[in-house]
Design a protein around this ligand. Structure first.
Ligand SMILES: [Zn+2]
Ligand SMILES: [Zn+2]
Length: 369
């Protein structure tokens, strides 16, 4: 499967918008899943063509793709192949275009173009999420080319209003009974023609720039949290405002602690004797250490709650609890002496504890009878 969008649509890189639309429509009609039930190859081809068309059929996306490739497109907030629903909605657009309704979200030609929102994934440790942390991240993003102020035209030269469509980006054409509005070819729907492209951005209006951003991650964030940095996304063009930067947090697991909301869970392995005789423990918490008294006769699975030893709630600032779950370990690899003592213990248990167990068994047998 070629990943090059032009190859997918069997087009040259200089294909016109009309050729792109035609090539996509041809594949979409031929390979549409409704007409090729269960044909995996057709479905795959349909999907690939739709993905290619989503990019090449959109003048802005195509420009970014031509200049920065798929990676550039991804970092500009375009998230690659859509899900099944997206595919069918863009199939709908084919007919939309036929009847001159145009694609979705078409902006007025020649106006300011706002920058896209960008996504950045950041991994932080469990403890950083619990306590909060300042992180400096360096992002590379398409930013406004200030040589041309995002117009794409060489300084001293203005983009010329397209004489073909008079700056509207669309032209009307009669087609049978209908009067159809189509994208203006000479300006590719932009409404303007750049005769002297800016040297720094080749007429795109955007250049890749690195920027360091400091993120103040508050205590209590959890896996999947999203932070928005206003105006730190892709730069705007022709005076448009920049997009936002969304940072998606991925919190690493901890070797001891588990977290559910603001509650911390700790599994505490206890020797059988410790559980039976009772003991005192220093247990680790996310805030340090805390002593915990295990009473004699503690069963496996017993929970102990340590108040306010959990995670600080993001909004209220209130501290959650920590829950210690006891896990009683049955001894293995006994020495001869240990075995001897345990056997002696078992003899004693027969006298005192067997009654309890018998009662339990008789209850079970009565139920199944
Ligand atoms: Zn420029
Ligand atoms: Zn035009």
């Amino acid at each position: 499967m070629p990943k090059d969008y032009y190859e997918t649509l069997a087009l040259s890189r200089s294909a016109s918008a009309e050729e792109i639309k035609k090539a996509h429509r041809k594949i979409a009609m031929k390979c549409h899943p409704d007409r090729n039930q269960g044909d995996k190859a057709a479905e795959e081809q349909f999907r690939a063509a739709t993905e290619a068309y989503e990019v090449l059929g959109d003048l802005e996306k195509r420009k970014i793709y031509d200049r920065f490739g798929l990676e550039g497109l991804k970092s500009s907030g375009y998230n690659g192949p859509g899900n099944a629903n997206d595919i069918f909605s863009s199939f709908g657009d084919i007919f939309g275009d036929l009847f001159g309704m145009g694609g979705s979200g078409r902006r007025p030609a020649n106006g300011p173009i706002p920058g896209s929102d960008l996504r950045y994934d950041l991994t932080i440790t469990f403890m950083e999420a619990v306590h909060g942390v300042d992180k400096e991240i360096e992002i590379t993003r398409p930013d406004t080319c200030w040589t041309c102020e995002g117009t794409g035209a060489r300084p001293g030269h203005q983009p010329q209003t397209c004489s073909h469509c008079h700056g509207r980006g669309q032209v009307m054409r009669s087609q049978g009974f209908f009067s159809v509005s189509t994208t203006c070819q000479p300006c590719r729907g932009q409404g303007t023609i750049i005769t002297e492209p800016c040297h720094d951005c080749d007429g795109v209006g955007l250049v890749n720039k690195k920027k360091k951003v400091t993120l103040k991650i508050p205590a209590g964030v959890d896996n999947g949290a999203r932070m928005r940095l206003s105006g730190e996304g892709e730069g705007g063009r022709r005076g448009g405002r920049p997009g936002d930067l969304y940072v998606f947090l991925d919190v690493e697991a901890h070797e001891l602690f588990q977290r559910e909301g603001n509650t911390i869970y700790l599994r505490l392995p206890l020797a059988m004797t410790q559980a039976a005789l009772g003991c005192k423990f220093k247990v680790p918490t996310v805030h340090g250490e805390k002593s915990l008294k295990i009473p004699a006769g503690t069963q496996s699975g017993t929970n102990f709650t340590l108040r306010h030893e959990g995670v600080k709630a993001l909004r209220s600032g209130e501290l959650g609890d920590m829950i210690v779950v006891v896990d009683v370990i049955t001894p293995e690899g006994l020495s001869a002496r240990q075995r001897e003592l345990l056997e002696e213990f078992a003899e004693l248990e027969k006298e005192s504890g067997a009654a309890h167990q018998e009662g339990l068994f008789s209850k079970l047998f009565r139920k199944s009878a």
